[in-house]
Design a binder for this molecule. Structure first.
Ligand SMILES: C[S@@+](CC[C@H](N)C(=O)[O-])C[C@H]1O[C@@H](n2cnc3c(N)ncnc32)[C@H](O)[C@@H]1O
Length: 216
C-alpha cells in the first residue's frame, strides 16, 4: 500500500559498516503498514527508532506522518546514524539522528512524550563477549538468548512513552517471547503479536506493547 523508502544511495561498501535492510527490516515495515489505521488514530507527534541502521524504518514512518510527527533515530554506530540521515534526505523527510546507547541522550527530556517507539535490536544468540561493539557486529550480536541489548531497553520504555504510546519490537523465537511478555508486564505493559514470519532458520515476530490501562 505504501512505498518502501528509496535506499539505492547505500552501496555494497556502506553495508560493510551499516546493517543492510533484510527480512527483519521488511517485517517491521509490514507491521507498521498493518498498524497504520491504529497509528493514524494515535496521531503521533514524536516517533523514535532505536538502532536505526540504514534508516529505512524511521524514514518509512516519517513519510506516513509527514509534517505532523517529529521523527528521531538513534544508533550506537556512527556510520549508521549518518546513513539514516542520508536515507531520510533522499526520501524528502526530516529525521534527526543521534549516536547514543539506546535512548540515553533522550532521557529524561523526552519522558512521557514518545508516541511511537521502534526497535529492531541485535537479536542473534551469540557469546556475550561479542556484545558491545560500535561497528557492524552491533547489528546482530545479542549475547545470551539474544537478549543482552534488548533487555536493557525494557525498563526504560514506560518512562519514555506517552500515555497512549506504543512500542514495537522485532524478536526471534530464541529470544523467548513469553519471558519478554512477563518482563514487560511487570513494567505495566500488555503485549500483542502484530506479525510473524519464517525467514530461513529464523522465526521472526514483531511485538507491540501498550500501557495496560490504555489498551486499544
Ligand atoms: C538488526 S539491526 C536493525 C537496523 C535497522 N533498524 C533495520 O531494521 O534494518 C540493529 C541496529 O541496532 C544498532 N544497535 C545495537 N546496539 C545498540 C545500542 N546499544 N544502542 C543503539 N543502537 C544499537 C546496531 O548498530 C544496528 O544498526
Amino acid at each position: 500500500m505504501f512505498r518502501t523508502p528509496e535506499f539505492s544511495h547505500l552501496s555494497h561498501d556502506d553495508y560493510k559498516h551499516v546493517y543492510e535492510p533484510a527480512e527483519d527490516t521488511f517485517l517491521m515495515l509490514d507491521a507498521i503498514e498493518k498498524e497504520y489505521e491504529s497509528l493514524r488514530e494515535l496521531r503521533p507527534t514524536v516517533c523514535v527508532e532505536v538502532g536505526c541502521g540504514s534508516g529505512i524504518v524511521i524514514t518509512f514512518l516519517a513519510s506516513l506522518f509527514k509534517h505532523a510527527a517529529f521523527c528521531m533515530a538513534t544508533d550506537i554506530n556512527k556510520t549508521a546514524a549518518s546513513a539514516a540521515k542520508k536515507t531520510s534526505e533522499q526520501n524528502g523527510v526530516i529525521v534527526d539522528t543521534m549516536v547514543t546507547d539506546l535512548v540515553k541522550c533522550l532521557q529524561p527530556r523526552l519522558n512521557g512524550l514518545v508516541d511511537v517507539l521502534i526497535f529492531n535490536p541485535p537479536y542473534v544468540v551469540t557469546p556475550n563477549e561479542e556484545v558491545g561493539s560500535q561497528g557492524i557486529e552491533a547489528s546482530w550480536a545479542g549475547g545470551d538468548n539474544g537478549r543482552q541489548v534488548m533487555d536493557r531497553i525494557f525498563p526504560l520504555v514506560s518512562d519514555l512513552l506517552s500515555k497512549r504510546g506504543v512500542f514495537y519490537l522485532v524478536i526471534i523465537k530464541e529470544n523467548k517471547q513469553d519471558e519478554i511478555e512477563e518482563i514487560m508486564k511487570s513494567h505495566g505493559f500488555s503485549m500483542t503479536v502484530v506479525i510473524t514470519r519464517r525467514s530461513g532458520p529464523e522465526r521472526l515476530s514483531v511485538l507491540k506493547f501498550t500501557k495496560v490501562d490504555t489498551v486499544t
